[in-house]
Structures are given as C-alpha cells and as structure tokens.
Write a protein that binds this ligand. Structure first.
Ligand code: GLC
Length: 477
C-alpha cells in the first residue's frame, strides 16, 4: 500500500482503532489502495534527472490551472483521417509510403473546423485542448520550414495548428500540442537507432520541429509528447529538449512520454491514479479509435464518460477525452451528442468536478464521489428507486434510500445539488442513509447529493469489514 502520510493520518483520526487495525490488515495482505488511489509505476519513468528537478521547483505554480481544470479535449487529426480506418492504418495495413503520401494532396479541411471543436469543448465543460501537431505518420499540421510534408504546402494549403490555437483561445480554452517523436515517414525515423549520423540528423530535425511549435504560436500551455520509439531519453537528448521547451515557454507543462518524468503521468484508456503528489491524466477515446474510424461505433455512453470523469477527479487526476474529426474537420455526430450530454450535466454539476480534491474513497455499484474540503459530493449514477426489500427491511424506508457504508466523519446536512431540496438522513458507525428520495432520478446521467461533513470525508467500507457485529444466523455454536 502506498499512501501519503497526511492521508494516513486523516484516515487514522477518523477511523480510530478500527482504522489502525484495518490499515495493518491491508498492509499485511499487500492490498492495493481503493480504485483511484493506487500507486502507479509508469513504465517510462526513469530516475529524476537534473531537468526533472528544475521543473519540480516551479511545478505547483505551473500546474495550478490544470489541476483546477480536470477535463480536456484531445483531438487526433491528420492524413489517416482521410482513410478513416484508425490512426495506425499505415502500419497496421502496411500502406507503402509513396501511396500514403498521396493522401496529403487529398486532405481538404473545411474553413474554421477548429472553431467548431473549441465551441464543442466549451459546451462539454472542457477547459483545455490538445491537438495532434504531428502523429506517427510524420505529417506536420503546421507551416514548418523543415519539411514540405506539411499542411501549408500540401492539400490543406493552410496552417492547421495556427487555426486550432486561435480557435481555442477564442473560447478561452488552454492550448496543448501533441507531438509524436516516433516518425514513420522521415528517412531517419528508424535507422537513427543504429546509425549515428542518422540519429544526429533526426534528433536535430525533431528538436527543430518542437522549437518551431514552441516559438511561432504564442503561449502554449501543454506539450504532450508521444511514443519515443526507437530511441532512449539519452539518444533523443530529451533533457536538452525539455530545457529548450522551458526556455521558450517557461509556464508550459509537459508529459512523461519523451522518456523523462515530466510534470504528469499519462495512463491510456484506463484510470489509474498515481501516488499522491504526482499529477496524472487519463487519456481516453470516445469509441475505440483516436483517429477517425468510419465504422467504429463502439461509442461510450454519456453515463460512462461522466462516471469516468468523476473517478478521475476523485483520484486527483484529469480526464483528456478524444475526438477524431473527419477529414474535413467535422466532428462525428455521435461524439457531438455524447459531449453535449456530458456538458449538460456539467452545467449543473461542474462545481463538483472543477477544483475538487483527491479523496480517499471507494466507489461502488450505485454511487461515486468527489469532494471539496469537507463537502462530499455523492454522485448517484444508478438511481436505486424502489426495492421490493423495502416491504420487509426498515433499512430501505422511507424509500427511496441511497445508503453508503463506511463514511466518516459525521454528516451535518445533505441536499440535492440540482434542486437545492433538503434530504433527510441517518448515520451510525456503519452506514449513512439518505432517505425519502424520489423514485426517479432527478438528474441524468447522475444525480448529485451535496453532503456537508464535520471533517474531511472518507469512504471506506472495507475498513469496516472486520468490525461488523456478526449475528450467527442459522449457526448454532
Ligand atoms: C498511443 C497511440 C496513439 C495515440 C496515443 C494517445 O500511443 O500510438 O495512436 O495517439 O496513444 O495517447
């Protein structure tokens, strides 16, 4: 179990001796933290370098807006969008370079596509955007001077990165650049591993491209590196890379995918909290592909997205949710629909997400949680309504009941966030019961109940497990 000292102290204070026993038991069993609290050991994390240490000194100030923001939009858009069969199509299908390059002539985005993304992000409650400036395919979406394989000199005839930057700023959103180190197009992109002259050229090219991005577009808020194949951090000269980035953009934040620790970890397609004190962001697709994929209709529901966002916030992390626009820049209608539903929920419930704090809690089948100070937000995403058991069990009266095992500390008041309606409750050592709730959920996809506590809320039903009175029903010893 990996646990910060302060969280451990809060837990012990609130659960007292029972907590100490449970803690000892969980240590003995080698149990992990509840979901969203576990330690993460990202593969790409090397030891702290001098650059990492320098960044650490300014990290808190640089990242304050990002921690507050919680929710961002990822955009994967490039030549692969023209084929519409996932962004790895070149490699997955073995498309030869001379064939693939033809796509560059047939990439014709409509004017101002990025404005629609930025407006959509705003409606969804997202506070920042991260767009692919260059994906693994090697095509540069901006007006680079280092290759003619770029949007200005090919089909689009425009600087798509500039349009994106302007669109995000117009909506008051923070601006992030995704940049893939791996390059399937550049002649040195693979042989750089075994040929020193090629490595020199390719590293200079890479640093040069990043320098352009960090120089020509004003203040950039995030640099989101991706796949560092085939080189190591030393071979990429990643320390020097980050030094350059920070000298040009002193307030930027960078991720950990250039082989250094950077400012935050990047669990992909799953939610995994880092150790307390380490920032993290889960990136996730809305269907199963990052780039536009015509026939991928495995869309997540707004309920799944809202619940994922809550789980990220509960673990102190961010949620970077992807759209894969069509080649003309239109956002697939299914993505628009999902994001608008999420945005509608955020209109009422955003205050329970933005600026929320990492929480020690286990979610369960009906509810999830976020917290701010001593305020607990109970997000009921499977509304209980009526249970036939209410006929026999007082526990479920008066219906409807939302019950939470293992909540500490004492609750002072509760109300439905959306309507302000006061909610009756009972609380004992084991269970906190919100009672007399309507049969039908008051909000979709989750109804939030705001609960004021007299200390920092913690929810840990498994800590109570050893302490339950056991009544030996049907056992004659
Ligand atoms: C992976 C994929 C890539 C995608 C990225 C997003 O590394 O290679 O296609 O851009 O994840 O996190």
């Amino acid at each position: 179990m990996d646990w910060s000292e302060s969280t451990r102290r809060v837990f012990l204070k609130q659960f007292g001796a029972a907590g100490a026993a449970a803690l000892a038991a969980s240590r003995a069993n080698g149990l992990a933290m509840p979901a969203g609290q576990g330690a993460q050991a990202p593969a790409a994390q090397s030891a702290l370098t001098a650059t990492d240490q320098k960044q650490a000194a300014t990290r808190e100030a640089r990242m304050a807006w990002w921690h507050e923001a919680k929710f961002g939009m990822f955009i994967h858009w490039g030549l692969y969008s023209v084929i519409g069969q996932h962004e790895w199509v070149k490699e997955h299908q073995g498309v030869p370079i001379p064939q693939y390059e033809i796509l560059a002539k047939h990439f014709h985005p409509k004017p101002n596509a990025a404005r629609d993304w930025a407006r959509l992000a705003k409606r969804a409650g997202q506070k920042y955007m991260v767009m692919t400036t260059k994906h693994h395919e090697g095509f540069c979406n901006w007006d680079t001077k280092l290759t003619n394989y770029n949007a200005m000199q090919q089909g689009p005839g425009r600087d798509l990165v500039r349009e994106y930057v302007e669109a995000a700023r117009a909506e008051g959103l923070r601006v992030g650049f995704y940049y893939s180190l791996m390059d399937w197009h550049h002649p040195d992109g693979a042989r750089c591993k075994t040929d020193e002259a090629a490595r020199r050229r390719f590293v200079d090219y890479t640093h040069g491209l990043i320098r352009e991005l960090m120089t020509n577009y004003g203040k950039i808020d995030i640099l989101w590196y991706d796949v560092d194949w085939p080189l190591t951090a030393d071979e990429w000269e990643s320390e020097r890379m980050n030094e350059m980035v920070f000298s040009l953009q002193p307030e930027i934040i960078v991720n950990n995918r250039n082989g250094l620790q950077g400012d935050f970890s990047t669990p992909e397609q799953h939610i995994q909290a880092s150790k307390a004190g380490r920032a993290w962001e889960t990136c996730m697709t809305l269907n199963e592909s990052w780039g536009f994929n015509r026939t991928d209709n495995q869309w997540k529901t707004p309920k799944t997205i809202v619940n994922n966002l809550i789980t990220c916030a509960r673990g102190g992390g961010n949620y970077l949710l992807n759209i894969g626009p069509e080649p003309d820049g239109s956002v697939p209608p299914a993505s628009v629909e999902i994001l608008e539903a999420v945005g509608k929920w955020m209109d009422t419930n955003g205050k329970t997400i933005y600026g929320s704090e990492r929480m020690y809690a286990e979610g369960y089948a009906l509810v999830n949680f976020t917290r701010k100070g001593n305020t607990l937000y109970v997000h009921v995403y499977n509304w209980p309504g009526h249970t036939p058991a209410a006929e026999w069990l007082d526990f479920y009266k008066p219906e409807a009941v939302v019950a939470i095992g293992g909540l500490k500390p004492k609750v002072l008041s509760a109300r439905v966030l959306k309507t302000g309606q006061k909610v009756e409750f009972t609380q004992d050592e084991f269970s906190f019961r919100l009672t007399g709730l309507p049969m039908v959920a008051l909000d979709q996809p989750a109804t939030t109940i705001e609960v004021q506590c007299d200390g920092e809320p913690i929810v840990d039903h498994s800590a109570m497990r050893p302490l339950w009175p056991r009544y030996k029903v049907g056992i004659s010893i």
